[in-house]
Design a protein around this ligand. Structure first.
Ligand code: ZN
Length: 133
């Protein structure tokens, strides 16, 4: 069985998505495509839906582990606290007025503000469920 080899058209969304090319031109094209898509009302709604879904999944997973494997949960909570640099957030908070040039995408606090509904629908806060028993 022979198959016609169609060359990849690099720098296109098709190259990235259907041909699975990960060269910088195809990555850039896919990134631009998604940036434009997220600006459409459907794209923005879909992005928000998946953000909320992702948080809900994480909450349910954390709740399950906490209830069924409390020793594992304690270990996860300790690891998380080690991996997240508290000082970094405290420092950012203190120098807020000097961060005007920073991209909102670099600031986790800005992301959580954008997805305010995500935190509003939260029944429990995963980072607070480990030590309050
Ligand atoms: Zn490519």
């Amino acid at each position: 069985m022979s198959r016609k080899v169609v060359p990849i058209n690099h720098g296109t969304y098709n190259g990235y998505t259907n041909r699975k090319c990960r060269c910088s031109d195809c990555k850039h094209a896919a990134s631009e495509y998604m940036r434009r898509y997220r600006k459409t009302s459907h794209g923005a709604a879909t992005t928000k839906y998946y953000a909320v879904l992702s948080v809900k999944r994480a909450q349910l997973a954390a709740q399950w582990v906490k209830e069924n494997m409390p020793d594992v949960w304690q270990e996860i909570a300790r690891d998380a606290a080690k991996q997240v640099d508290k000082e970094k957030y405290l420092d950012n908070h203190e120098s807020e007025s000097n961060d005007d040039a920073a991209s909102p995408g670099d600031d986790p606090l800005a992301i959580s503000a954008e997805n305010r509904d995500v935190t509003d629908t939260a029944t429990t806060s995963p980072q607070n469920t480990g030590t309050n028993q």
